[in-house]
Design a binder for this molecule. Structure first.
Ligand SMILES: Cc1ncc(C[n+]2csc(CCOP(=O)(O)OP(=O)(O)O)c2C)c(N)n1
Length: 531
């Protein structure tokens, strides 16, 4: 029976996946993708159906687990934010070569404008790179519907499917009509072509041309897909190509009756025949897309002479950042909506570590220990503790990608920096720090690694952290001498002791780890409340 519910884009995806009969969601948290997994974790239907929904250690382990599900013939989803795709890229690219037995949808949430990310990326490039079909919903209903469609496409074409969403799609709500029934799980079964799952060069060389042929065919599928639609318009002076959520913004401004022809794109490879049809009718094409000029550049390559393409490259839409209904409006030459200027007494508030957070006490002690060294450096990482870069602490010198603190400190120590100190969170450490620590321990690199362990993945809302209760053992197991794995409690009253421990480990010319452990005050509050 059809029902209606107000859902975030992320929740619509989760609901679509549950109803399509997934056996698991494999994910590492990251804004704006986190709510997909959290919805499944809190869903009674997913619980009744035994859907696996524990957080994975990182995006690569998540992707590989989902490949395993697909191999044995069942359905699953993998979820991550755009930078997570860089971590998962190896199994993603090679998984495309292997194929899909059970349907596999990889959902990646991009964060244009970098609301909570270190860079803008456009995941559609990964789809083209791996030669896999890519879905980009234009609204929450499509996000829901595309799950069943995506699984079928994955199973029919023997290939993982990529779904790309962006922040506003993930984090805004709309009414979604859904079916309450959950599809039964498929029986376990062997892949149609078992050899393609053994990517020895001899097998891979056979599979690669098949992948390329399949991609050409998928271009045809995209032309015929109900998610890509051509709407005719009387005024042919302009044709509009609107991708994903940009189509929603376009409709918000022009309603259902646009005077120009409109090509809505929500499925890739680029539906070239539809683009050619527009180019035959219109001498100028305006491309509206969120992220990088992925479609704009491709269209430039296939247009006949004399046809002009406009978009983010030509400055008709902003080159960086999120699209908005207003900038889409401006690109059509429409009068801007009236807006309100912020009141004068509203001043921007920079983000800050919570009062009472253990990272604060750690940075106070670390600053005290480091001030003895002129022009000192502290390599850091991604998490709440990155806010240690800001006043009043100004305690860290770098933040590049998850895990980079340890390996950068090692490289800097190799190059002669002393002291070389890294600060990393507990979740980031298990995500990507352990292998770097192994590199350091293998040559007893002269570095001090501080793991600021708040016993949770704080930055993304307090999810479980994979190494909780195991960090000392992990550090010793990779080869850090037990006497140089130290534990301190970051509280103001322990300031002298923590600075002394840091001094001692800086004086030791080898690899040491200081675990600064106190529960995040946000999760501690929640735990107290739930008692
Ligand atoms: C590859 C990648 N995946 C996910 C994220 C999103 N993310 C940023 S910080 C973080 C975890 C931080 O947890 P932790 O290291 O424990 O530090 P805390 O925030 O608790 O201080 C996550 C998941 C990211 N930036 N990059």
């Amino acid at each position: 029976m059809k029902k209606k519910r107000l859902l975030l884009g992320d929740e619509a995806i989760a609901m679509g996946a549950i109803n399509a009969g997934i056996v698991g969601v494999y994910a590492y948290p990251g804004t704006p993708s986190t709510e997909i997994t959290e919805f499944i974790q809190n869903s009674p239907a997913a619980k009744d159906n035994n859907v696996f929904c524990r957080w994975c250690t990182n995006e690569k382990t998540a992707m590989e687990a989902a490949l395993g599900v697909s191999y044995v013939g069942r359905r699953s989803i993998v979820c991550m934010k755009h930078v997570g795709m860089n971590v998962a890229a190896d199994p993603f690219m090679n998984g495309a070569m292997a194929g899909a037995n059970g349907g596999l949808i990889v959902i990646v949430a991009d964060d244009p404008s970098m609301h909570s990310s270190q860079g803008e990326q456009d995941t559609r490039f990964y789809g083209k790179f791996a030669l896999v079909p890519t879905l980009e919903p234009s609204n929450q209903q499509e996000a829901y519907d595309m799950m069943e469609y995506g699984f079928k496409l994955s199973e029919e074409r023997d290939i993982p499917v990529l779904m790309r969403v962006t922040t506003r799609m993930a984090h805004s709500r709309a009414v979604v009509e859904y079916d309450d029934a959950i599809e039964p799980r498929r029986e376990l079964c062997n892949p149609k072509n078992p050899a393609s799952w053994i990517l020895l060069p001899a097998n891979a060389r056979k599979k690669y041309p098949v992948l390329i042929d399949n991609y050409t065919h998928l271009g045809q599928v995209a032309c015929e897909s109900g998610y890509n639609r051509y709407f005719d318009g009387a005024d042919k002076s302009l044709g509009i190509v609107a991708c994903g959520i940009a189509y929603n913004y376009l409709r918000e401004n022009v309603g259902d009756d646009c005077r120009y022809p409109v090509l809505k794109i929500s499925q890739y490879p680029l539906p070239k025949d539809l683009v050619r049809r527009m180019a035959a009718e219109c001498s100028t094409i305006l491309v509206m897309e969120e992220g990088q000029p992925f479609v704009e550049e491709q269209i430039q390559g296939i247009l006949p002479h004399g046809c002009t393409v406009k978009g983010r490259l030509t400055g008709d839409l902003p080159r960086t950042g999120e699209l908005t209904p207003d900038c889409v409006r401006a690109s059509l030459g429409m009068q801007p909506h009236e807006t309100f200027a912020p009141a004068e007494n509203v001043v921007p508030r920079p983000p800050a570590l919570c009062q009472g957070c253990g990272h604060r006490d750690l940075y106070n002690a670390l600053n005290r220990a480091m001030e003895k060294f002129e022009d000192h450096k502290v390599f850091s990482d991604i998490g709440c503790y990155t806010l240690g870069a800001l006043p009043p602490f100004r305690a860290i010198s770098s933040c590049i990608d998850m895990g980079a603190s340890i390996t950068m400190a090692k490289g800097a120590a190799d190059a002669g920096l002393y002291p070389a100190v890294a600060v990393i969170g507990d979740s980031t450490f298990t995500h990507s720090g352990i292998t770097g620590l192994l590199d350091a321990a293998n040559c007893n690199a002269d570095i001090v690694v501080v793991i600021s362990d708040n016993i949770t993945t704080g930055m993304t809302g307090g999810q479980n952290s994979a190494g909780t209760g195991k960090l000392e053992q992990i550090c010793m197991a990779v080869g850090v001498a037990p006497e140089h794995v130290r534990v301190v409690i970051p509280l103001p009253k322990n300031m002298d002791e923590i600075s002394r421990v840091i001094d001692e480990e800086i004086a030791y010319h080898g690899t040491s780890v200081i675990i600064s452990r106190r529960e995040c005050i946000q999760t501690a509050k929640r735990h107290l409340k739930n008692k």
